[in-house]
Design a binder for this molecule. Structure first.
Ligand SMILES: [Cu+2]
Length: 118
């Protein structure tokens, strides 16, 4: 009887271990909007995003304006153009701490923001 219980417990343990995730890949997702605020000022919102270095990050860049806008992060070599009404997804993984500026490379007056990597 004792050997049956030990064998049963062994197989239950193997079954439970198979349910445990080997590596939980966490992707942090943010949606950024480009549009008009106030009297014709273009802006990327939110203006600050805070992440941890090494995080897998997905940015959904959504242009709700009537003209195309750019999205650039020079430090990561990112340079995208998003058409009106379009949502573009990019993924990145900052490997060092710092403040990475993001901005629209098409319009100098377009207010950008910063990606804070802690
Ligand atoms: Cu722009």
């Amino acid at each position: 009887m004792r050997i049956i219980l030990i064998t049963f417990a062994f197989f239950i343990g193997i079954f439970l271990a198979s349910l445990w995730p080997v590596s939980a890949q966490v992707v942090k997702e943010f949606t950024l909007l480009s549009g008009l605020v106030g009297e014709g000022a273009n802006i990327w919102l939110p203006s600050t995003i805070i992440v941890q270095k090494g995080d897998e990050i997905k940015l959904k860049l959504r242009n709700v304006a009537l003209v195309e806008h750019g999205f650039s992060i020079d430090a990561l070599g990112i340079k995208e153009v998003i058409k009106p009404g379009e949502t573009k997804e990019i993924t990145l993984k900052p490997t060092s701490e710092g403040v990475l500026r993001y901005y629209c490379h098409l319009h100098p007056g377009h207010v950008g923001g910063q990606l804070l990597v802690k």
